[in-house]
Ligand binder design. Structure first.
Ligand code: FMN
Length: 197
């Protein structure tokens, strides 16, 4: 079996976003492994309109060209790591919209999380875990949380994110778990193991 393809999805699209720092940090660490193939998916490259289709694409083909391009891209991957901000105790509207714009493409794939914010986006990630269940994804137990003083030091005081070395074992655990579930579900999908209805 070849390496699983895992997308790192950037949840924030705003011009002044912090998201690029944790995304690059995670990408650089994860790229050193030889058990996964990685790609960064930036929602900025998929300027989706606010959901305006007759139904989820589980039931009706989306008419938006960007949505079709997004769905095709999401379908390429075996698993996802969401790099998420926390906006008013939940995920960004841009990420929720992007999640809503696909359905079968997410199904039976693993979802892992890296959050940043005052509480490491813990509340956003809990919401994201619930959403991922409805999308028939398998959310991992372990997330990485860049929080509190660490977050503010990197965000506002110029501390290099690479100095957060104590988080590295946590990143490894999250990636191990992500790869395990991604592989397990890839085998099940490829062997067409009967899907419960
Ligand atoms: C609309 C909005 C709501 C926010 N709500 C929260 C929040 O609930 N919890 C939190 O820790 N930070 C909150 N913040 C602060 C963000 O953690 C901080 O702005 C972070 O940089 C956002 O990620 P981004 O820069 O990648 O978009 C909020 C920021 C915005 C713009």
């Amino acid at each position: 079996m070849g390496n699983p393809k895992i997308a790192i999805i950037i949840s924030s699209t705003r011009e002044a976003r912090f998201a690029d720092k944790p995304t690059q940090w995670l990408y650089d660490i994860a790229s050193q492994r030889d058990d996964l193939d990685l790609e960064i998916l930036d929602l900025r490259d998929f300027p989706l309109p606010f959901f305006n289709e007759v139904a989820s694409n589980a039931w009706a083909l989306s008419t938006s060209e960007v949505a079709q391009r997004w769905q095709k891209k999401v379908a390429e991957f075996d698993g996802y790591i969401f790099v998420t901000a926390e906006y008013n105790r939940s995920i960004t509207a841009a990420l929720k919209n992007a999640l809503d714009y696909a359905y079968p493409e997410w199904n039976r794939k693993a979802a892992a999380f890296l959050g940043y914010g005052a509480v490491g986006a813990a509340r956003a990630i809990e919401h994201l875990r619930l959403i991922s269940v409805e999308l028939q994804m398998a959310p991992t137990r372990n997330g990485v949380h860049i929080q509190g003083g660490d977050f503010f030091a990197v965000w506002q005081q110029g501390k290099p994110i690479s100095e957060l070395t104590y988080l590295l074992p946590n990143v490894t655990t999250m990636l191990d778990e992500s790869v395990w579930w991604t592989n397990a579900l890839k085998v099940a999908r490829e062997e067409s193991i009967a899907v419960p209805t």
